[in-house]
Each structure stands twice: as structure tokens, then as C-alpha cells.
Design a protein around this ligand. Structure first.
Ligand code: CS2
Length: 490
């Protein structure tokens, strides 16, 4: 007999012992709209909210996707329910989450979504729209006014496509109706993500109308540091989850046991008691963000490019190569940690915990997945650390290898000559640059580092940076990724 579909009506007939919502979903009302209802949100914030709803039922989530309707299509027949499956060496531990009340597709339900965002019931609009969803220049953090979606949204402010456009239109409607603003909470991997979101949104509002720009300046944009590794779900995962819970779930989430959320406590419109379910509410999130971006994500991106080039499909496989482990250990200890100012935090313990998480054999986290959107990720993961070290006159050997591996990766040709499916908003531009450069390391460096939206105006011409990256590129072309990792790891 095939399993029934997971839904509110089948919730009672799941296999024994499967965790299900401990509150009456019918009594939960929406207090949060979440833009970018991808796997990351459903493995993270939606779980914290799920843990709170028994005591705070006015904080349910309505999710919205700005690009693809696939999450809505999958979750609608399930009444918003989905499984989170936590994986470790001991097995897979499923639990059903109920905090997402419904999902809207912004493309087909724009008016309905904007009306909800404008309603006083919504006190938080949270975001995981990925780095590129901010339509900004990653090197400066400023709104990219030439971005096609921004051009579109400024011309059609009441029918926006972009996240900044949606936020500003909803805020404009609140202003017109005399409703106080919601709090905007970014949960993306950006440095000072609150301030960055604020800068972009207020700029967009001011471009629409000066008065609106001034009004939006009073909106709260707390920063948050969000951490949980969430590989994309495969068909094999779906089958495993169906067997474990006794129901078909079209959209389960596979993740690790670890989870961390550090939140700047600035919510004038109110917030759920996130501190009761494990979040850290602090005054200043920035040191935590830098720690995570530079240590976790900087290592991740380096392992993704260098690992993919070396023929490794998963992060856990990369961690099986002692040269790569030594390299990443060194990158964190020698190059990233000295740039962080975290009194009271044991950075060595944090590093060791990261290495353990990367090793999780049950988590099939593809190097190719992490390699996506490098142009948007590199600035905060590697380039900021490199800038700080250059300023202090310190070596950047391992960090520069991460950058060189990215440059080698975006040529779109693997070491065995096969094609790499490079996913990046600037993929075409970068592949044209690398087609001109061929395997001439200097030409490749000069072409790619001239992209000021990634490298700013200061880095490309820095003699030490240039020489170090070009040296690594030559080695990547001549010796390959594995041999280069071994040499640089020392
Ligand atoms: C990863 C992150 O895909 C990526 O770029 O580095 O999604 C990473 O898994 C998360 O930031 C972990 O919190």
C-alpha cells in the first residue's frame, strides 16, 4: 500500500513517535510574512517559531516565494506541513513542522501578499532571499540602481518583483493607511544584514518618493546571524522520509543537528519570545556575523571550489582528504581567527565544532550547491578577511587560494575537460572573460578582478593580492586542485 500524503488530516496516522505540532493549528494566526520560503528558512526560523506557537499563537508564518512557485505547489496540498529530518551518524530523525500556515506565490498572488503585508496583524517581515535577492552591489552594499528588477520596480512601484520593491510597496501602503511599520528581519548570509537591508530599502523608498524615504528611515531592521547547514533535498531523501514517517512529503528538509540564531533585539512592533527557544538576543550581532561568514562560509566556499575541482562531490568527502583538512584548519586558525574580535568566545572550539559539522557523513552537502553565486558570496566570505590582513601586513596565502579556486571554477571547464554548470548572476560575463584568457593565469586574474562589483576598486591592483592569486592560479592550471591544496596546506 502506498503512503497517504502528509496533510492535516493524515497527521494523526503517522508512524508512532514522529514529532508533530504540539498546538492547535486552527488557532494560530499570521504575525510574520517570510519572503524567500526556501529550505534554509524551513530548517531554521520556522522551527524556532514552531517551538513557540503553543504559547504564542499570534505568530504564525505566511511564506512567500518571489521567484519559483515550487514550494507553494508542494506545501499547499499538505496544508503547509512538512518534515524536517535531522541527520547525524546515528541516523535520520524526522519531525513535522506546522508553523507555516500557507505559502503565496508573489508572481500570481502579488495583491493578496501586499495586502497581507500591509495589515496590522503582520509585525515582522523576515527574509531569506539569498545574497542576490538584495539587488545590491556586493562590494559596497549599495542598491544596484541598474539592476533590471529595480528598474522595473521603480517604473511599476505597485507591482514589484524584487524584495526591496515588495517591502517598500507594503510599507507605502501601511503609511497611507496610518499603520505603523513592520520590523524587517534579514536572515541572509550578509555582513550587517540588517543595516544592509536598511540601506537598500531606504534608498529604494527615497528613489520612489522623498517623503516615503524619510518615513522608511524609522523602520527597524535588526541584524541576525543564522546558522544551519541545509543541503538540497533529493528524491532518495523523499523516499527515506516517507518510509520513516509513513506519509508522502513532497518537500521535506534534510539538515544537521546544529542550529544557531543570534538576533539584535530591536523589534518596536513586538516579537515572539525567541530567547525561550534557544535564540541569543544581543545588542550587537556584527561580531557573530563576521565570525560565521569568515570561518564557516569562508571555509565552505574554499572547499566548494577547490573540492569540486579536485573531483569531490560532497563536503564530507573533501573532509576525507587530509591536505584539504589541513588547509581549512590553517585558513581558519592562521588567517581568519586573528581578524575577529570576540572576547569571551573560544574561537578554537568554534573551529573544531565547524570541522566536526563539515565531517557529518550523513549530510550529503554538494560542493556544487555551495559553489553557486560566488560573485555574491566572495566579498563577505573571503575578500573582507583578505582586506583586513593586507592592511595589517599579514599573509593571505590560504584565503587567496579560495579566490583563485573560484576564478578557476568560473572558467566553466573542469580539470578533466568536462563542463562545469556555473550558476551565478554574472556567469555569462565571467565565462566570456575566461574564454578570452584561456589558461593564462595573469589574463584570467586581470579580467575577473576588474569586476569592481565583486572586488571593489582597491583589491585588484594590490600587488600582494595579485601576485598570490596568480601564483595559485598557475598551480591550479598546471598541477591541479589536489596538488595545490597539498602544497598550500604545507
Ligand atoms: C553555504 C551556506 O551554500 C552556501 O553557500 O555556505 O548555505 C551554509 O551552509 C550556511 O550558511 C550554514 O549556516
Amino acid at each position: 500500500m502506498t503512503n497517504p500524503r502528509l496533510s492535516p488530516t493524515t497527521l494523526g496516522s503517522l508512524k508512532a513517535g514522529i514529532g508533530v505540532p504540539n498546538y492547535d493549528r486552527a488557532k494560530v494566526t499570521p504575525g510574520i510574512v517570510h519572503l524567500g520560503i526556501g529550505a534554509f528558512h524551513r530548517a531554521h526560523m520556522a522551527v524556532y517559531v514552531d517551538n513557540l506557537l503553543a504559547d504564542y499563537p499570534s505568530w504564525g508564518i505566511v511564506g512567500a516565494s518571489l521567484r519559483r512557485p515550487d514550494t507553494k505547489d508542494a506545501l499547499e496540498p499538505q496544508g503547509g506541513l512538512y518534515t524536517i529530518a535531522v541527520r547525524d551518524a546515528a541516523g535520520t530523525h524526522p519531525r513535522v513542522i506546522g508553523s507555516i500556515l500557507s505559502v503565496m506565490d508573489a508572481n500570481t498572488q502579488r495583491e493578496e501578499l501586499l495586502a497581507l503585508m500591509a495589515s496590522p496583524d503582520i509585525r515582522i517581515v523576515s527574509l531569506t532571499v539569498t545574497e542576490k535577492g538584495y539587488c545590491h552591489d556586493p562590494a559596497t552594499g549599495e542598491l544596484d540602481q541598474k539592476h533590471p528588477d529595480i528598474v522595473h520596480d521603480l517604473a511599476n512601484p505597485s507591482a514589484p518583483k524584487s524584495a526591496p520593491g515588495m517591502l517598500v510597496e507594503a510599507l507605502a501602503r501601511r503609511k497611507a493607511a496610518g499603520v505603523t511599520p513592520f520590523t524587517v528581519m534579514s536572515c541572509d548570509n550578509l555582513p550587517s544584514n540588517g543595516e544592509t537591508a536598511k540601506r537598500i530599502v531606504t534608498r529604494f523608498a527615497a528613489l520612489r518618493d522623498a517623503d516615503l524615504g524619510t518615513w522608511v528611515e524609522a523602520v527597524a531592521f535588526p541584524s541576525t546571524m543564522v546558522d544551519r547547514i541545509v543541503p538540497s533535498t533529493t528524491d532518495a531523501d523523499r523516499t527515506e522520509v516517507a518510509d520513516l514517517i509513513g506519509a508522502e512529503d513532497a518537500w521535506p528538509i534534510m539538515t544537521e543537528p546544529f542550529t544557531q540564531w543570534v538576533i539584535e533585539d530591536h523589534f518596536p512592533a513586538g516579537r515572539p519570545a525567541f530567547e525561550q527557544v534557544g535564540a541569543q538576543l544581543v545588542k550587537d550581532v556584527e561580531p557573530f556575523e563576521l565570525m560565521k561568514l569568515r570561518m564557516l562560509n569562508g571555509s565552505h566556499s574554499t572547499m566548494a571550489y577547490l573540492g569540486y575541482l579536485g573531483g569531490y562531490q560532497y563536503i564530507a568527502e573533501v573532509m576525507g582528504d587530509p591536505a584539504y583538512v589541513k588547509l581549512i584548519h590553517g585558513l581558519m586558525t592562521e588567517e581568519a581567527m586573528p581578524t575577529l574580535d570576540m572576547p569571551g568566545t573560544d574561537l578554537g572550539a568554534y573551529r573544531d565544532q565547524l570541522l566536526e559539522r563539515f565531517r557529518n557523513p550523513a549530510l550529503k552537502h554538494r560542493t556544487w550547491q555551495i559553489a553557486m553565486d560566488g560573485s555574491q558570496k566572495l566579498p563577505q566570505r573571503l575578500l573582507g578577511t583578505i582586506r583586513d590582513r593586507l592592511k595589517a601586513g599579514q599573509p593571505i596565502t590560504r584565503l587567496a587560494l579560495g579566490v583563485a579556486a573560484w576564478m578557476r571554477y568560473v572558467t566553466g571547464v573542469a580539470e578533466d575537460g568536462s563542463e562545469i554548470d556555473v550558476r551565478d548572476p554574472h556567469a555569462l560575463k565571467m565565462m566570456a572573460i575566461s574564454a578570452d584568457a584561456g589558461d593564462d593565469a595573469e589574463a584570467l586574474y586581470d579580467g575577473l578582478s576588474a569586476l569592481t562589483e565583486i572586488f571593489g576598486t582597491d583589491l585588484a591592483g594590490n600587488a600582494i593580492f595579485r601576485e598570490t592569486v596568480i601564483g595559485h592560479l598557475e598551480s591550479l592550471f598546471e598541477e591541479g586542485a589536489k596538488a595545490t591544496a597539498e602544497t598550500v596546506a604545507g
